[in-house]
Design a protein around this ligand. Structure first.
Ligand code: HGY
Ligand code: MN
Ligand code: MN
Length: 419
């Protein structure tokens, strides 16, 4: 048994590209869509099946598995000091409804590959090394996003989370019970157990690495983000008989609101991100004046001041435009920008350099579970390119070579932190 610290560059030699590619392919069969992506939404049957598959792989390799009150799945490889806090890695298994085969799941399986490489190399780290599959990172079916990592980090209340419902009215509580039933029973741990460090590998979900011909992104931090759900209530009426002057048309009101929000978020530098991803017009009949519109706002920016100033302006603006309808504005998530730990960022940069992989420092436009881990322990992220920078799309793709490179950098980084 080679004792850590293994000479730098040892463990990455045991990171197996074909094995990682096969596990990604096996996992992509769960929730597979006709266009080559996945629909594996949080706490769905498919999410439960994915957790069960990972659990089976972990048990087969002799790793310990555990869960917690929101269904986070922890896979631990023991270290020489069982009392040492684990060095953690991971990401999420849940996907967008028309998601890709790499978003989230790459980070979970790259982390699992590192555990297997450590095992194959016979390396003993002082700290345990743990991979975690966080529950509901996406926030697509259930808002807010990152429920698993936020509860682990003590940033959300469990009862609030369990009461959240999806558009069909199914609660997190009920969906969680069904999901947990699909995986074998395992020990449960409290939230907030110590972590020595957390490093997450993820596809970039943007175009920069590919455009610059680079292999590794050394991630500096994640921009701020505020999500809102808006409900405009008017009055259903007959499309043929109701004069426009007498209408309480929820769609026309919502349209004015979106136009005003576009003006508020106009940014000639194209740094602000503002997206209306869900827009429901009810009752949705061609000859009934819409009585209700429900839409979402996903607003992001790297500067905390802009996140506060523009985000605080949203609700007053929408209320000023509501008449003759009424409006309810619910902020479903607010997360400030985070900077990652310089020592972890340096460890990632050094690992990429050690392996001779082209790399650059860069920010993350996307949210990740690392956002909630950053205040809890020294945290960092590793990006690999994805084709045409496309993600949250069934055509999402990352090459086996890039997947391997990211896992190799992750392996060298985790070993350095786990000694
Ligand atoms: O929305 C996000 O930024 C993440 O990809 N779920
Ligand atoms: Mn993700
Ligand atoms: Mn995502």
């Amino acid at each position: 048994m080679a004792l850590s610290p293994a000479p730098a560059g040892t463990v990455s030699r045991f990171v197996n590209q074909a094995r990682l590619a096969q596990r990604l392919a096996d996992m992509a069969r769960i929730g597979a869509t006709a266009k080559g992506g996945v629909n594996r939404q949080a706490l769905s049957v498919e999410d439960g099946q994915a957790r069960a598959l990972l659990t089976g792989w972990a048990v087969a390799r002799g790793f310990d598995v555990a869960t917690d009150g929101i269904g986070n799945l922890f896979v631990r490889r023991a270290g020489s000091n069982p009392d040492a806090a684990p060095v953690m890695t991971g990401s999420h298994l849940d996907s967008q409804p028309t998601g890709g085969r790499y978003d989230g799941v790459y980070g979970v399986l790259a982390g699992f590959e590192v555990l297997e490489a450590l095992e194959d190399a016979g390396i003993t780290t002082r700290h345990p090394v743990e991979v975690v599959a966080w529950t509901n990172e996406e926030g697509s079916r259930f808002q807010p996003y990152c429920m698993g990592s936020a509860l682990f980090a003590g940033k959300m209340d469990l009862e609030m989370v369990l009461a959240c419902t999806d558009p069909k009215g199914i609660s997190v509580r009920d969906a969680l019970a069904e999901t947990l039933a699909l995986a074998p029973p395992m020990p449960s741990r409290p939230f907030g157990t110590p972590a020595a460090a957390y490093v997450e590998a993820h596809i970039e979900q943007g175009p920069r690495l590919e455009a610059e011909g680079l292999t590794i992104g050394v991630v500096q931090g994640i921009q701020g983000s505020r999500w809102f759900q808006v409900e405009v209530t008017g009055q259903e009426a007959h499309a043929g008989t109701t004069p426009h002057g007498a209408r309480k048309d929820a769609f026309q009101t919502a349209l004015r609101m979106v136009t005003a929000l576009n003006d508020l978020m106009h940014d000639p530098d194209d740094i602000i991100r503002c997206t209306f991803g869900r827009f429901e017009v009810l009752p949705g009949s061609p000859n009934t004046v819409p009585g209700k519109v429900i839409f979402t706002i996903d607003f992001r920016h790297p500067d905390a001041g802009v996140v506060k100033e523009k985000g605080d302006a949203i609700a007053p603006l929408l209320h000023s435009l509501a008449a003759p309808c009424t409006v309810m504005v619910k902020e479903t998530s607010t997360t400030a920008p985070v900077d990652f730990d310089p020592l972890v960022v340096e460890a990632v940069r050094d690992a990429a350099g050690l392996l001779g992989l082209s790399h650059r420092d860069m920010p993350s436009g996307a949210n990740h579970d690392a956002k909630f881990m950053a205040p809890r322990c020294p945290t960092g992220m590793i990006f690999i390119p994805c084709k045409d920078g496309i993600s949250h799309n069934e055509v999402e793709y990352a090459s086996p070579e890039h997947c391997h490179a990211g896992a190799a950098v992750l392996a060298e980084t985790l070993v350095r932190l786990a000694v």
